[in-house]
Design a protein around this ligand. Structure first.
Ligand code: NAP
Length: 448
């Protein structure tokens, strides 16, 4: 039996691996010419150990029975129904790559950007078409990053690191040049609730206090906990560790040798972004948490001078044509990974990863999630619910539409080209960011 996995990020690769182990053949589709999704275009380039997950995922391509069908967008180049008739099972693992908005006045001013865009730009995403960060960052002295999750921490760190700290990453050279020349002096990290409710993890938080040229500051007032936060703190080891790190920072003498300052602000709700055509100020309102944990404004406002606002308030999943979707939760409705519509399970259609459960958890969470979905698929096979597959029907369909896909050899050629480009600059790799160039490298590999 042949199966299709749609999306080659961690959940897709873990699902493919589990399917191969069960004797299925697997075609892994990706709309990009390269695999690994958020491991390549989400995990921060300076997080070397997390990024090395890519080496583990890469090993899956070495197993018999797997193919990479890159540069093919399911839902545009080929429909989900066409895949369902060609394969015994289709597992959707295309993630949640859209951004969420704040819904406040001034959000569309020039200089107000989504973290998803900033991350896509600095990781060299081939489809990046957002703000011109070269132009924006050339005049940015003060930035507000809204949200206190791990993505916000990534954004703050990348904006605050020195040239030498970033020089070993695989970021495209033009990105490194822009970050090196950006005149950033101040980066605010802004949480609407308190330090106990922050969703970043301690290891990531701690790194902000260990940067070469940036000092971190926060007010002791934000650590004066209300009864609700005290109650929550007693139940959360992560929050307890986070608060201990922040307490040490609030009591520490400011550094005198720094070029940049990171200022953490909690109990600060963004109300309005102000400016004449571009961002000049962010209006924040002081908040409190009630005894039952509700967020309330105090009416006390402050306008902070900033040239850029980065909203880092979570990713959002999007619907795939022809597939049931829950627009309230932005996920595909499912029962243990079986996609369901109003009539029950949709035969042969499965889901795993962020588009199954929402954009939460660490990379490893996706392994358990994908293996759970594959267990449902296996149970359905054993119950005789899956059809035999149609062999090469899809290859013929794609060829008839003039679509050229990238295979594993194409990916290997891109991988090698990136490594040799990095070698010339004394770093392990430089990401090739242009889609044309990626396709050209893959085409040359095919021709030879
Ligand atoms: P997240 O952890 O859900 O954080 C979103 C943040 O946005 C929260 O602080 C939330 O505050 C805030 N927020 C939401 N709406 C807001 C609004 N209208 N105004 C102000 N603040 C608002 O999401 P994420 O940072 O995008 O991360 C996504 C997932 O990827 C997480 O599971 C994360 O751990 C993971 N990740 C991990 C790493 C790593 O391991 N190094 C790196 C990056 C991402 P409230 O809590 O008040 O809603």
């Amino acid at each position: 039996m042949r199966t299709a996995v749609v999306g080659s990020g961690p959940s897709g690769m873990y699902a493919a691996d589990a399917l191969l182990d069960q004797g299925f053949e697997v075609d892994v589709y990706d709309k990009l010419p390269v695999p690994f999704g958020l491991v390549r275009y989400g995990v921060a380039p300076d997080h070397f150990s997390i990024r090395s997950v890519r080496d583990t995922l890469d090993q899956v391509w070495g197993k018999p029975g797997i193919r990479f069908i890159g540069n093919v967008e399911v839902g545009r180049d080929i429909t989900v129904d066409e895949l369902r008739s060609a394969y015994s099972g289709v597992v959707l693992t295309y993630g949640a790559s859209a951004d969420r908005r704040l819904g406040i006045e001034g959000e569309d001013l020039e200089g107000s950007v989504a973290a998803t865009d900033f991350v896509a730009w600095y990781t060299g995403h081939p489809d990046y078409s957002g703000p011109d960060f070269a132009e924006l960052l050339a005049r940015v002295r003060s930035v507000a990053v809204i949200g206190v999750g791990n993505v916000a921490v990534d954004v703050v760190r990348i904006l605050s690191k020195s040239e030498s700290e970033l020089s070993q990453t695989d970021m495209p050279s033009h990105v490194l040049d822009v970050l090196r020349d950006a005149p950033v002096e101040k980066v605010y990290l802004i949480g609407r609730r308190g330090p106990v409710q922050a969703s970043f993890t301690t290891k990531e938080l701690k790194e902000l206090g260990e940067l070469e040229v940036a000092d971190i500051r926060m007010s002791a007032d934000d650590l004066d906990l209300d009864p609700w936060s005290e109650e929550q703190l007693a139940q959360s080891k992560v929050a307890t560790r986070n608060v201990a790190v922040m307490q040490a920072w609030s009591g520490r003498q400011p550094r005198t040798d720094h070029e940049r300052t990171i200022e953490m602000r909690f109990f600060s709700r963004p109300v309005r972004i102000e400016g004449d055509g571009h961002v000049d100020r962010l209006d924040i309102e002081r908040t409190v948490l009630t005894d039952d944990g509700r967020l309330e404004g105090t009416g006390q406002h402050e306008a902070i001078d900033v040239d850029m606002v980065v909203r880092s308030v979570g990713y959002r999943g999007e619907a795939m044509p022809g597939v049931p979707f829950d627009p309230a939760a932005n996920v595909i409705p499912n029962d243990e990974g079986r996609v369901v519509d109003a009539d029950g399970p949709v035969s042969g259609l499965y889901v795993a990863g962020w588009i199954k459960r929402g954009p939460t958890g660490i990379i490893g969470t996706n392994k358990k999630c994908a293996v759970g979905t594959v267990a449902s698929l296996i149970a359905d096979r054993d119950a005789g619910l899956l059809q035999q597959s149609e062999g090469s029907a899809v290859d013929e369909l794609l060829a008839s539409r003039g679509i050229t896909s990238v295979d594993i050899a194409g990916w290997r050629a891109i991988d090698t080209a990136e490594q040799s480009r990095g070698e010339g600059q004394g770093r392990p790799r430089e990401t090739v960011w242009s889609r044309e160039e990626l396709l050209e490298i893959a085409a040359t590999a095919r021709a030879t």
